[in-house]
Each structure stands twice: as C-alpha cells, then as structure tokens.
Design a protein around this ligand. Structure first.
Ligand SMILES: Cc1ncc(C[n+]2csc(CCOP(=O)(O)OP(=O)(O)O)c2C)c(N)n1
Ligand code: SF4
Ligand SMILES: [Mg+2]
Length: 280
C-alpha cells in the first residue's frame, strides 16, 4: 500500500512522473479517503493509457454515481458523470456516435451490478467496443456502508447490522455467462498486474469487462488490504484464454484468481458486424 499512500501525499514524485501518470491526471485532487483502493486503479489506468500513447482528447470516461463515479473528474480526458447505473448505455451511445474514441465506462458494484445490472447482458451481447471498469469494493461507499450486490453473505454492514442475508453476485461468472468477449480481474494493490490487464482490455476490439477488487478502508473493516492481498492468486500461465468453459471453471473455483479469464478475438465488434452486413 506504500505507493498508494505516497500518491495521495505527493503526486509529483519522480517515479510517478516517469511512468506518464501525470499526463492523464487532471488538476483536481481526489476526494477519496486516504488509503482507498481507487488511487491505485487511477494510477494503473493512467499508466496503461500512457503506455498505449492514447491522445487525451480521444478518451471519454463515463461514470455513474458513487465514490467510483467521481473518477472522470480526476482524469485528463473528456468525462461524463451521469446517473446512478447509467454509465454503460451512455458510453455505448458515445462509442456508436464516434468510433474513433476510446471509451471507458466506470462504476462501483452498486452502480454496475445493482441499479445498473440490467445493462450488462446487453452491452456484452452487442459487443460494443468499450472497456468497463468495475470498481468492486463490495459495499456502497459514498452513501456510507450499506450492503451491495457483491457484499459477502452474512457480513455486517450499516444496512444489515445482523449480517447481510443476500448471496453476492459473482461478476466474472456473470460476464462469462453473458458472453462478454473479454473478461479479466485485477486487484487495486497490484499496479503492474492491473496495467497489463488494462492494456489488453483497451486494445481488445469488442466489449471488455474488467472486474477490480478494491477495499473501502472507511466503511468495510472485513475486506481489508491484507485479506485481499492474501486471498487472490494469479491465473496460471497455462490457462487458455480462448476456452470459455475453462474460464468459467476458474471463475467458480474456491480460490479467487487475478488476470485474463477469457478473450475472444475472432468475434467482430458491434460496429464491425454492422459494416459486414451492410456491405454484403
Ligand atoms: C437513482 C439513485 N438511487 C440511489 C442513489 C444513492 N446512491 C448514490 S451512490 C450509491 C451507491 C454507491 O455504491 P457503489 O456503486 O458501489 O459505489 P462506491 O461508492 O462504493 O464507489 C447510491 C445507492 C442515487 N444517487 N441515485
Ligand atoms: S468511502 Fe470507501 S470507497 Fe469511498 S473514497 Fe472512502 S474508502 Fe474509498
Ligand atoms: Mg461500492
């Protein structure tokens, strides 16, 4: 967590500058709590954009509402802070209107899997070429610690003081079941791992679903940095990312894995498919 604390205290450190991080940071100081996992995610997205040399003016970041929803304010790119749960349809419309843009849809677990959960199967089946970053802290952070769609069963929260009675959704299994053409998971404390995944996700031609495990240090004293760091393991190099059933097996394993679960590079994106049928 050292690098994350340092980022909060002084963003102008030479090692951060060197990776091009500041090229993609706005002048706004994040309003997130010190130690929040969102700092690491922001840093890794910026580094991935820098490594891919993406022009700032060609990036559009669309968010919903929540602590994660503030993300576009802190990035040097076009941004759209929309309604709770509605980043995916708005990001889709932006991409359909201007295919040259690199479009990100960003949101928390409440935003993307609760109120906005109905959009996921449709963006996945249409395979519109955007990257979705799900900042999953397993809780509603902004509204002060209520249970979300990914809060573990039985966990005590500010809305379920005796324990959450609802089983959590499994984001990776859902994305695979919806047939998303790129499915991966990163951890907010693993900058290099996230950067690698983000670069693959952004390059992917089609819908990319990136699940990010990140702690809410203020309202969740159960799913902490240490619990997450010890609970997640890299996917073995021998895993065949084109094998969706193998990916599903990994997603349903007792252990939690990090890395790319699945990628279908043969399937055309929505706009590629439209061009194909219109030129036939
Ligand atoms: C339609 C609507 N319902 C409810 C809210 C209140 N609200 C704002 S953020 C939020 C949940 C935030 O949780 P999450 O999406 O997980 O983001 P986090 O704050 O954890 O990053 C809720 C319920 C709202 N703004 N709009
Ligand atoms: S409330 Fe939680 S999710 Fe929101 S900024 Fe603070 S630590 Fe991060
Ligand atoms: Mg949340």
């Amino acid at each position: 967590m050292d690098h994350i604390e340092r980022f909060y205290i002084d963003e102008k450190l030479a090692d951060i500058k060197k990776d091009g991080f500041l090229n993609y940071r706005s002048k706004e100081l994040p309003t997130w709590c010190p130690g929040c996992g969102y700092f690491g995610i922001t840093q890794a997205i910026a580094k991935a954009c820098n490594a891919l040399s993406l022009p700032n003016e060609n990036i559009c970041v669309v968010s919903g509402i929540g602590c994660a929803g503030r993300y576009p304010i802190f990035m040097k790119a076009y941004g759209f802070h929309t309604l709770h749960g509605r980043s995916v349809p708005i990001a889709s419309g932006i991409k359909l209107a201007n295919e040259d843009l690199t479009v990100f849809a960003v949101g928390g677990d409440g935003d993307m899997l609760g109120i906005g959960g109905g959009h996921l199967p449709h963006i996945a089946r249409k395979n519109i070429d955007i990257t979705l970053f799900l900042f999953d802290n397993m809780i509603y952070g902004l509204t002060k610690g209520q249970s979300s769609a990914t809060t573990p069963l039985g966990q005590k929260t500010n809305s379920h003081t005796k324990g959450n009675p609802d089983s959590p959704l499994k984001p990776i299994s859902l994305a695979l079941a919806y047939d998303a053409s790129f499915v991966a998971r990163g951890f907010a404390g693993d900058l290099d791992g996230m950067q690698d995944i983000f670069m693959k996700a952004i390059r992917h031609k089609g819908f990319s679903f990136v699940h990010l495990i990140t702690p809410c240090v203020t309202f969740d004293k159960v799913n902490t940095w240490d619990v997450m760091r010890n609970g997640y393991h890299p996917i073995h190099e021998s895993h065949d990312v084109t094998d969706r059933i193998a990916a599903m097996r990994l997603a349903e394993d007792q252990r939690f894995f990090l890395g790319v679960f699945y990628q279908d590079e043969k399937r055309p994106s929505y706009q590629e498919y439209l061009r194909q049928i219109h030129s036939a």
